[in-house]
Ligand binder design. Structure first.
Ligand SMILES: [Zn+2]
Ligand SMILES: [Zn+2]
Length: 169
């Protein structure tokens, strides 16, 4: 949702509380999109702190489906996002400052972009179906959590392969 900030920026000490749905069915980490399984609404408090300055604080929880980094099994990954931004009207015309605030459009706050921004900041370093996930076999593709496949997973040293070629020539 686009929320026009003009009113709150100019009304000293005004506080607005909003409940806004997140309008997306997927989330993105900038590379790929993943399905959202559950989501709450965004609760957002906008508080005028001084002329032209607004503090935005909010919360939203999502549960997304992201494949395990090792075996690709879908994993339910919860996100509990806490949003805290200090918005200054004087920054809105500074292109450098605006690069860090992709959720400001003119004098409006794009609540979906605000959430997207927070999702990227909170993206997990690793997604694993379980801490000791064994991954998939590089030879046959079997999920090694379901048992050993018996493949020879020895990867020859590429330098040794060159020597072998010389001898085979
Ligand atoms: Zn896994
Ligand atoms: Zn295998």
């Amino acid at each position: 949702m686009l929320y026009n900030l003009t009113g709150i920026l100019s009304s000293e000490e005004k506080v607005e509380k909003l409940t806004v749905p997140y309008e997306h069915e997927t989330v993105s980490n900038g590379l790929d999109s993943y399905k959202i399984l559950e989501k709450s609404d965004l609760t957002l408090t906008l508080a005028n702190k001084a002329k032209g300055e607004v503090e935005a604080e909010g919360e939203i929880s999502l549960v997304c489906e992201i494949p395990c980094d090792r075996c690709l099994k879908p994993v339910k990954v919860p996100f509990s996002l806490k949003i805290s931004e200090y918005l200054k009207e004087s920054d809105f015309e500074d292109p450098e400052k605006m690069e860090e605030m992709p959720f400001i459009e003119g004098f409006s706050l794009d609540t979906d972009a605000l959430i997207n921004n927070e999702i990227i900041v909170n993206w997990p370093m690793k997604v694993l179906c379980k801490p000791d996930c064994k991954g998939i076999c590089k030879v046959c593709g079997k999920n090694l959590n379901e048992g050993d496949c018996g493949c020879d997973t020895f990867v020859p040293d590429p330098r040794m392969a060159v020597i072998k070629d010389i001898f085979n020539a």
